[in-house]
Unconditional design. Sequence first.
Length: 369
Amino acid sequence: MNHTPRIQIIDFLRGLSCLGVLLYHVRVELWVGWWQISWYPQEYSSFTKAMAWLSIPTPFLGYAVLLFFLISGFCIHYPNTAENTNPCWKTYFIRRFWRIYPTYLGALILTAGISFLCFKLWGDKTWDIERIFRVATLTQNYPPGNGQFLSNPSLWTIPLELEFYILYPLAFCLFGKLRSSMLWILSLGISAVSIYLSNEGHVWLSFTAFFLWPSWLLGAWISQLYRDKKLDGFKLYYQVPVMALSLSFALLSRYQNWESWAQYIAWTVFYLFFFIFCLSQADLLNRIIGRRILGWISWIGKISFSLYLIHFPLFKLFGYLHRDFWGEKPANFLVPLLYLIPVIFVAWLFYRLLENPIHQWSKKKMNRL
């Protein structure tokens, strides 16, 4: 069975997305916070206050998860963008299971171990057997109540990915290459209804494909444009102002605390144009950033699934250990940035010892089918 060749710029974008999520979360567990320094400036050195400015972009970086959804749609649909494609959906579902669930379960076991350790040593209140069970069965996003395992809230996106994987074959079989206007009308209509119901109190819908399917579908649409080489028509001289304008609206939506659905739309639009820019201007990006930095971030992209799955409980553990040694969370924002190094190292080990061996084993098994 042939496999789609790896596209480096996709790994680069995965790496950027993952680093964005990490920077968003590291300030929660491993930093005293901007407001603490602002309210009590006399207690902190000029250098510490200067370094606090490095944190300014971090509240906006949580939306980088939307770029993950675009990338997911791109990667899942790209092998099926060629003419006369006839996917084997049985193989597709088996591949998706082995690619996602064993690593996800391994991350949950690691999270549960860290959570139990934090509970025993420091009385951490996020240890919860019932929620661990709900996360293991991929039901944490659905009623009743909030089923998120707070030792690792990042795991909420995996049931959502499962929903995307189920919806995609249905959309493909009903609407072919996903170019149908009826598919888009239906998708946007369902998303609009879920937004309305979410605002009426059914907040759980915000964490489902009913709400977020259009962003995934946009990624699939971009993969078709990429295959057909139609992204070359997106010229640089209007890409840059469009990206700048969409980023301005996205920042404004966050700064003025618009409704969550409006922020979602604003940031999706920005990441859509950013995604198109990176794919269509890959050579320019390579020259601007440099091969070494591009390669390093692409390497982060290769281990990004492991890194995404396990970073939060590691931040929690390092946060407790830091407070044990120094009495409080770090004040200088450089310190949480330094903690990214051991977290990335542990994620690399997790990738080497669990994710990659399972992935390679499953590929060999599927090649025999």
